[in-house]
Design a protein around this ligand. Structure first.
Ligand SMILES: Cc1ncc(COP(=O)(O)O)c(C=O)c1O
Length: 394
């Protein structure tokens, strides 16, 4: 049977990580994979997470099945964190899924059940996994204009014109905050206009929320999501706890749907549970239970929020340092956008050949569209990095 198969392409981010690990040059820098790193280059386990794990070890009495829809305390506390009291809770429903990717997967299956082969509009550019996931789910990915390579900011007029031309059969996938890969985000006023456009056209909003708290802070980062929830009758959202709880390998995520009324929300819940049962049956509980414990204990929650804020501020400092160093070494303001962008990433604007050169000549690894993970910048080698970037550009 296998003779009918051809080799599938490697995910470019994980392929790059493999190359980086195999590189023996001592001064190598990994700006590829999107994980948070501390000053010593480690991706630490947050102390609130360690403390919650100790409680699990002491208190957990069984490893029996949790249930198809997952850890309810986890789903409910994440729903509260995202929406607070902005909308009627009875319209919201949720299931646990393996990470943000798993949540998006469940959502895409549900969209395909409701509207088979539907067109889902994705920002140009977007997280590289959106398109293949949509295709695998039987949906039709299309791109709406988003990032202006010249101004390094959102082409908002073009984006809005594209949204205004959509209809009720379209779904629009939006990065709720910390746009990946561009780092360029919508302002609150722009979110208001996007929400109004979606409400007017009836296009269905799908939000991808993988970096809550890592842009402007927990409350500010939820602005767009809450605005859409308050303005549009229906929406869905895939949440990931990978980055903001540092739980990458534990695969903790939530698929959330908001319906116009509770009976519809109940139907959506049953369909999402049915998708899960028919694919992977249940989600891993460990990461979800960690988050549930943290969110329901005021001391641990405070500890987590403090650590998350430290991470966010560190990324901002790294942005400022790199922008300053590039300003000095290039004698221009062309990289100032790095300081104003938010979240883990920015697109540097290097060609694929320049990205290849900086990897071969300087052992600096970035995705071929020149996306860099800001948290991967080694604090003490910022000038070395800036010099290499300026050198390959000349
Ligand atoms: C925009 C976006 N969505 C979803 C995800 C998925 O995260 P997870 O590792 O939780 O599946 C990521 C991870 O990089 C992401 O950047």
């Amino acid at each position: 049977m296998f003779e009918t198969l051809q080799k599938a392409p490697l995910d470019k981010i994980f392929a790059l990580l493999g190359q980086y690990r195999a590189d023996e040059r001592p001064n190598k820098i990994d700006l590829g994979i999107g994980v948070y790193k501390d000053a010593s280059g480690n991706t630490p386990i947050m102390s609130a997470v360690i403390n919650a794990e100790k409680r699990i070890l002491a208190d957990q009495t069984t490893k029996s099945y949790v249930g198809v829809s997952g850890n309810r305390g986890f789903c409910d506390s994440i729903t509260d964190l995202i929406f607070a009291d902005t909308i009627d809770k009875s319209r919201i429903t949720s299931v646990q899924a393996p990470g943000g990717t798993g949540s998006l997967w469940v959502i895409m299956q549900l969209i395909n059940r409701a509207n088979p082969g539907a067109t889902v509009w994705v920002s140009d550019p977007s997280w590289p996994n959106h398109k293949p996931m949509l295709e695998l789910a039987g949906l039709n990915p299309q791109f709406y204009p988003y990032f202006d390579q010249n101004t390094r900011s959102v082409k908002f007029d073009q984006m809005l014109a594209a949204l205004d031309s959509m209809g009720p059969k379209d779904t629009v996938l939006l990065h709720a905050c910390c746009h990946n890969p561009s780092g360029a985000n919508l302002s609150n006023e722009q979110w208001d206009l996007v929400a109004q456009s979606l409400a007017r056209t009836g296009a269905f909003p799908l939000l991808d929320l993988a970096y809550l708290g890592l842009g402007e802070g927990l409350e500010a980062d939820a602005y767009g999501v809450r605005k859409i929830a308050q303005t549009c009758p229906e929406m869905m959202l895939g949440f990931s706890a990978s980055k903001n709880f540092g739980l990458y390998r534990e695969r903790a995520g939530v698929a959330i749907a908001i319906a116009d009324k509770k009976p519809t929300a109940d139907i959506v819940f049953s369909q999402m549970a049915n998708v899960i049962r028919g694919s992977f049956s249940q989600s891993p509980d460990h990461g979800a239970e960690i988050v549930r414990i943290i969110m329901n204990d005021p001391t641990l929650r405070n500890e987590w929020e403090t650590e998350l804020e430290e991470m966010r501020l560190r990324v901002l400092t790294l942005r400022t340092n790199l922008a300053n160093s590039l300003r000095k070494q290039s004698n221009s303001d062309e990289f100032d956008f790095i300081e104003t962008h938010r979240g883990m990433f920015s697109l540097l604007g290097l060609s694929a050949e320049q990205v290849q050169r900086i990897k071969e000549e300087k052992a600096i690894y970035m995705i071929d569209d020149s996306r860099i993970n800001i948290a991967g910048i080694p604090e003490h080698d910022t000038d070395q990095l800036a010099a290499a970037i300026v050198e390959v550009l000349r």
